[in-house]
Design a protein around this ligand. Structure first.
Ligand SMILES: Nc1nc2c(c(=O)[nH]1)N[C@H]1C(S)=C(S)[C@@H](COP(=O)(O)OP(=O)(O)OC[C@H]3O[C@@H](n4cnc5c(=O)[nH]c(N)nc54)[C@H](O)[C@@H]3O)O[C@H]1N2
Ligand SMILES: Nc1nc2c(c(=O)[nH]1)N[C@H]1C(S)=C(S)[C@@H](COP(=O)(O)OP(=O)(O)OC[C@H]3O[C@@H](n4cnc5c(=O)[nH]c(N)nc54)[C@H](O)[C@@H]3O)O[C@H]1N2
Ligand SMILES: [Mo]
Length: 770
């Protein structure tokens, strides 16, 4: 299989393990979670040789203050406290970190970087945990050991010698705890740059910007209790059974209560069918399934905004007959821009709504009826909504719809984005933002006695461009796997290779260590499950979940190697070396993270008294003004938006391709080549297509096809020899897996609204391979 950019047909190593000789596809008809999940967990525990530690650790996960936060996803913990609320993928994720396998200096002595570059991504991570700092030696093409002090000194010297601090860029992947996050942004800003790209730039940037514009807060307003009391749940663009599996419990509970559950997704994912609640032992024993859906709608890729507009139009039409269909009192009292919005809804024709959404008017009306009949509604969404050109407009349309019936600021109602990484929301709260507000910078300057830069910094896409041009010379990756997660793989590789220095702070070997700058450091750190000993004793870190709850996470496992440092210690080491004269007490902070939290309490909104509050049994919830109907918008009201519907219908002969995760992967970490809930075994290099689209192209099941994307600038990118799988997906749509398909995502194709790469709407043609 070949991946290439224009004529640059360089073969790429595989991402997954080894595709089966005979891959298989049988549509999945079993409930989500339940025994299939239990079996899969056992397999992973065995492979990682964690059969003893694994189960013990899992019992400590997500428990009130005594355990560590599951690094699997950002779904909140049960508000009722102790509860074995764990999931298959969380367990896979934890055991992946706790593996007994190690990558030591002998490993690096045995393999050149060129050799490793030919390994699959699965094989790289499968070697186990990194154990000591390493530096790239160009003479021998090996990574060789380096003392921590020398590693810091090397990075510090290169940072000190830059002509301009904006020649460095500091990436964060959303797993970093709040305390390390705070130190990291302080380091970058004291150095003099706001170049703080993060995974959020590829993830929920659109949601943050939309909610900020509409409600004056970048976050959702609901919590789990709201999920437990709502009448109607609208679940949009998320594969919850794989990516937020603990949501299944909430869906099953909602169903039992008689709530309506509407899934909006081009694919009918496993969470839109039924589940066996994994922590309900009676259900498990009796194989008792619960439905998790009352209505499934399959819009075309990108068709959500048209569907939402149609629902709003129907509600407004109903209001002419029955004024109570809208909450006029709420609208008058709390919102601005209603008349323009009503006008734009009226002006949008049903024909346009049907064409753009790909749904019949009757189906749109079904969803509208559910919404109109519910006293309280929650709309929840993830990447299927955000990773689009018009992601911001679509999230704003979600808010528009909610405002119509006053679904905000009361129990059981509101917007509820499902965040990705376990602390991606906390990262933003604690200062990872390439566009910081003036108020934040002023507070930081006052409390930390630094002079932060005010000009906005670079996000992910802009950082890649700047590295390519040579404007950014130092790239620091605080976790994550930038090389593989970012769009336009060959372009991103070239950008990283042009750097003077790349530094990767990681737990496992990955592609970003092999696609490196002229000089390169691998700095291995503690994982979240591990005990973090500092001078002041065992340390804890705090994290924030999707619903703004902040709580402590305490690791309890012996570290994978005695040479690992915690993330705050690595940041402090880098900072001291780069800023030798700094008045910031870096070393003092690392001795006791309470000191970092004290500074955070003075600097960050909502963190007042956080050292005490974070130790309360369930932690604390960050104040959400919009929840209290306080809107920090220019008008002081919730703002309706009135954007025109975008044209998302693929041109004749082309398809809209969405890139997504399989069940057995965590972003760039691949556990196997299977995608259980979609019925696929032993194959990742596939493309799901509508049967009619296949027939039209003379393509049958498992036929190899060539995929060509066309970028906004007209350039083409290719993936050849992918196998076609007939799937229940609307015509004109196709889907396949990231990160393999990132090759097809052009670097210039990002949303003008959010700057997010367009990972769910790649324009492609698909033909049978010659
Ligand atoms: N196990 C596991 N858990 C994870 C992750 C993981 O990789 N593995 N990743 C974490 C991260 S960082 C994130 S951001 C989340 C991601 O969670 P998801 O958003 O579920 O991620 P994807 O796999 O990209 O799936 C996108 C979903 O959107 C649907 N979709 C695609 N296009 C459209 C569209 O136009 N409209 C609608 N309505 N739906 C569409 C797809 O069919 C699919 O169900 O999960 C987090 N949790
Ligand atoms: N085409 C396409 N591309 C996408 C997406 C898509 O849907 N389609 N989704 C995007 C999204 S939503 C996201 S969030 C990004 C994800 O992008 P990233 O966050 O950059 O990628 P991950 O795969 O989550 O990072 C995995 C690596 O993190 C390191 N790691 C794990 N635990 C720790 C830890 O505790 N500390 C440290 N320091 N390192 C650790 C390990 O070395 C591991 O190899 O990808 C984006 N890319
Ligand atoms: Mo994400």
């Amino acid at each position: 299989m070949n991946a290439s950019h224009e004529d640059q047909g360089r073969p790429e190593p595989r991402v997954g393990p080894a595709p089966a000789e005979e891959p298989s596809f049988h549509p999945y008809h079993h409930p989500a979670a339940g025994w299939g999940a239990a079996k899969s967990v056992t397999r992973v525990l065995t492979r990682e040789r964690a059969l003893v530690d694994g189960p013990r650790a899992i019992m400590r996960m997500n428990h009130e203050n005594t355990g560590f936060d599951c690094p699997g996803c950002a779904w909140p913990d049960d508000t009722k406290g102790l509860h074995l609320d764990i999931c298959e993928n969380g367990i896979k994720h934890v055991t992946w970190e706790m593996t007994r396998k190690r990558v030591g200096r002998e490993f690096f002595a045995d393999h050149t970087v060129t050799e490793l570059a030919g390994w699959s991504d699965f094989a790289l991570e499968d070697q186990g945990r990194l154990t000591e700092p390493m530096v790239y030696d160009p003479e021998s093409d090996h990574y060789v050991p380096i003392a921590w002090h020398d590693a810091f000194e090397l990075a510090g010297r290169i940072l000190r010698e830059l002509d301009d601090p904006n020649q460095a860029s500091f990436y964060t992947s959303g797993r970093l705890g709040n305390e390390a996050t705070f130190l990291y942004q302080l380091f970058a800003r004291e150095l003099g740059t706001n170049n703080l790209p993060d995974c959020s730039n590829m993830c929920h940037e659109a949601s943050g910007r939309a909610l900020q514009a509409s409600l004056g807060t970048g976050k959702g307003t609901v919590d789990l209790q709201d999920w437990e009391t709502t009448d109607a749940l609208f679940i949009m663009g998320v594969n919850a059974a794989s990516n937020a599996p603990r949501m299944l419990t909430a869906l099953a509970e909602a169903y039992h209560r008689g709530a309506q559950i509407v899934h909006i997704n081009p694919l009918v994912e496993a969470a839109a069918t039924r589940t066996i609640v994994p922590h309900d032992f009676m259900d498990m024993a009796l194989m008792k399934t619960t439905r998790t859906s009352t209505l499934n709608l399959q819009p075309r890729i990108g068709g959500d905004m048209a569907l939402l507009r149609g629902m709003a139009k129907a509600v407004l039409e109903e209001a002419r007959r029955d004024p109570k269909a809208v909450d006029q009192e709420f609208i008058d009292r709390y919102t601005a821009g209603f008349d323009e919005y009503r006008a734009v809804c009226e002006a949008t024709t049903w024909e346009e709504i049907e064409r753009q959404s790909g749904l019949d008017r009757a189906d749109v009306l079904k969803a509208a009826r559910v919404y109109g009949d519910a006293d309280r509604s929650i709309v929840s969404w993830c990447l299927g909504v955000s990773q689009h050109e018009h992601g911001v407009d679509t999230v704003r349309e979600i808010v528009n719809l909610l405002l119509l019936r006053g679904n905000l600021g009361r129990e059981g109602a509101g917007p509820s984005p499902v965040r990705g990484h376990s602390n991606v929301q906390g990262n933003r709260t604690c200062g990872i933002d390439h566009r910081p507000t003036e108020e934040f910078l002023d507070r930081l300057a006052e409390v930390c006695k630094i002079d932060p830069p005010h000009e906005h910094g670079l996000d992910t896409v802009a950082t890649i461009h700047a590295m390519h041009r040579g404007d950014v010379k130092v790239f620091v990756g605080m976790g994550g796997n930038f090389a593989l997660a970012a769009p336009d793989t060959p372009y991103t590789y070239e950008a990283l290779r042009r750097c003077e220095l790349t530094v990767q702070v990681s737990t496992k070997l990955n592609r970003s260590h092999l696609v490196h700058g002229r000089r390169a450091l691998i700095l291995p750190c503690l994982g979240r499950t591990e005990k973090d000993h500092q001078r002041g004793g065992v340390q804890s870190t705090s994290v924030e979940d999707s619903m703004s709850m902040v709580h402590l996470s305490v690791g309890m496992k012996r570290p994978a190697s005695p040479h690992l440092l915690s993330e705050p210690a690595v940041i402090a080491g880098l900072a001291r070396a780069a800023l030798p004269g700094s008045d910031t007490p870096w070393e003092w902070y690392v001795e006791d993270y309470d000191r970092i939290r004290d500074t955070m309490a003075q600097t960050l909104d909502g963190f007042e008294d956080c050292n005490r509050r974070v130790r309360l049994p369930l932690g604390f919830r960050i104040r959400q003004p919009a929840r209290e109907l306080v809107f920090l918008t220019p008008s002081g009201r919730a703002e309706f938006s009135a954007a025109p519907l975008p044209d998302v219908v693929p041109a004749p002969g082309t398809l809209a391709l969405g890139t997504m995760r399989s069940h057995d992967q965590w972003n760039t970490t691949i556990y196997s080549d299977d995608d259980r809930y979609r019925g696929v075994k032993g194959l990742r290099t596939l493309v799901f297509m509508n049967e009619d689209d296949m027939r039209e192209r003379g393509v049958r099941e498992f036929d190899p096809v060539d995929i060509t994307s066309t970028a906004k600038d007209g350039s083409h990118r290719h993936l050849d020899g992918y196998l076609a799988i007939p799937y229940d997906i609307p015509r004109g749509c196709a889907a396949g897996y990231m990160p393999e398909m990132n090759v097809l995502c052009a670097i210039g194709d990002y949303s003008t609204q959010s700057d997010q790469p367009l990972m769910k709407h790649v324009k492609v043609t698909i033909t049978r391979s010659a």
